[in-house]
Design a protein around this ligand. Structure first.
Ligand SMILES: [Zn+2]
Length: 446
């Protein structure tokens, strides 16, 4: 891939080990890597002028359900708590198939890219009408985003005392077989990987104890990561105590679901002992502040987690419970929500941006991403701070305190994904039109 030079940025927020902030700096990238950061660099390749811009590492999204991009703001789910919200949406999601999975992933990932995201995970836990994880992987590959899809699953339907309808649950042997298939077909363990697959039973209340344990054994055998929802709200804790006789942290520990190769979404209700457990074991957390607000779940103890040493990243969560997928706005919400709980000095803009970049990359086991340093992957977000949103600011913290909320340029593995604020790799207008048709058809049927 030819050399690219990003020149004369107002500020480069490196998020490197020294957290350097460089004024008037340049970044040279070649073959998907950052090869030089400094001043007055020259290049024979393409030059991107970054004066008037703040440059950051690409943001990392640690939790999403891309398929939900097709079910935003569904009327009967707008004001429900988690379990009621799920019960409203399950029958709608049961109508999806491969095209819905592909188009919603395309639109959801494009939305993320425009908000500075270069690496996203996804948690797909239902496979109706022939849908496969491969449908979302194809969408990410076409767009050019770095992608960590997880093969989710639900196996306990309503007739067995679970929450999802029986038509959306799968047989456990078949789930594990398909996990092996998608890992063998798509997982790349190497440095600079564009696709890494994880294993992700939906939640302790939608699969059996056996599946949780077998998923952990399979993940360790294959060297892939584990992901699920945990301790999301009070109902979740009550379910765990009533059905498993313990809190979610203890349940996770008993089943092998802790360690640096595990990250859990939400964790709003972790108590002090569970936070210590996660810190000791380097178990990661995907913090999803907008979804937690939207579903009234509470404020995750992120300050306590960070102080204890728990790896924390930011996630937008599914577009049916946010209902936006703007990652830089999510980082802003993380900062604001900690301040609601702990005061104005509970989290700085710089710390929230760090969580959204290198924090998320570390949660996903991607120490090659999430920071701007020589030898790291060329995943770079360039924000035009000369516009109306940030006018009057002179500190790069304004990116979270003021704006903008959309990138000017975005590079993934050195490839330009966003140019002049528009997706450069696919016809986003056509994808949105198709998504709108599909959503209207579903809306008309329910
Ligand atoms: Zn979720």
């Amino acid at each position: 891939m030819p050399e690219i030079l990003i020149r004369n940025a107002d500020t480069v927020l490196t998020m490197d080990d020294a957290r350097r902030e460089l004024a008037g700096a340049d970044i040279r990238i070649c073959d998907g890597l950052i090869t030089e950061i400094g001043h007055g660099l020259k290049s024979d390749g393409a030059v991107h002028e970054a004066s008037g811009c703040v440059v950051t590492p690409g943001l990392v999204n640690t939790h999403h359900h891309l398929y939900q991009t097709l079910t935003r703001a569904v009327p009967r789910a707008q004001d429900a708590l988690l379990f009621g919200w799920l019960k409203t949406l399950y029958p709608i999601w049961a109508r999806f198939g491969p095209e819905e999975m592909f188009v919603s992933a395309q639109v959801g990932l494009a939305e993320l890219a425009l908000s500075g995201c270069t690496l996203s995970s996804d948690h797909l836990y239902l496979y109706p009408n022939g849908a496969r994880l491969d449908d979302t992987i194809a969408a990410a590959s076409e767009l050019g985003l770095r992608f960590h899809p997880t093969r989710g699953a639900m196996s306990i339907g309503e007739s067995d005392g679970g929450l999802p309808p029986d038509m959306l649950v799968e047989d456990e042997a078949g789930i594990l077989e398909d996990c092996i298939r998608v890992i063998d077909a798509h997982h790349d363990a190497g440095e600079g990987a564009m696709c890494r697959v994880g294993i992700a039973p939906c939640s302790p209340f939608s699969v059996s104890r056996d599946l949780m344990r077998n998923a952990a054994l399979l993940a360790r055998d294959k060297g892939v990561m584990l992901h699920t929802h945990l301790a999301e709200n009070d109902e979740d804790i009550a379910y765990s105590e009533a059905n498993f006789g313990c809190r979610p942290g203890q349940y996770a520990e008993e089943l092998g679901w802790i360690g640096p190769d595990v990250w859990h979404a939400h964790c709003v209700k972790l108590d002090g002992q569970e936070i210590d457990l996660f810190a000791r074991s380097h178990t990661g957390v995907a913090h999803c502040p907008c979804s937690n607000c939207r579903l009234g779940s509470g404020i995750a103890p992120v300050r306590a987690m960070r102080d204890a040493g728990v790896p924390v990243g930011i996630g937008v969560d599914g577009s049916a419970s946010n209902d936006s997928g703007n990652l830089v706005s999510e980082a802003r919400m993380a900062m604001l929500l900690q301040r609601v709980a702990g005061g104005a000095d509970a989290m700085s803009a710089r710390e929230a941006l760090e969580i959204a970049t290198r924090g998320g990359a570390d949660v996903l086991g991607r120490h090659d991403c999430g920071r701007l340093a020589v030898g790291k992957r060329a995943d770079i977000a360039i924000w035009d701070t000369s516009g109306v949103e940030s006018a009057g600011s002179w500190d790069p913290a304004a990116l979270l305190l003021a704006g903008p909320t959309r990138v000017k340029y975005l590079f993934v593995e050195g490839r330009q994904i966003v140019a002049d604020g528009q997706i450069a790799t696919l016809d986003l207008g056509a994808a949105i039109r198709r998504q709108t048709e599909l959503a209207r058809r579903i809306g008309a049927e329910i």
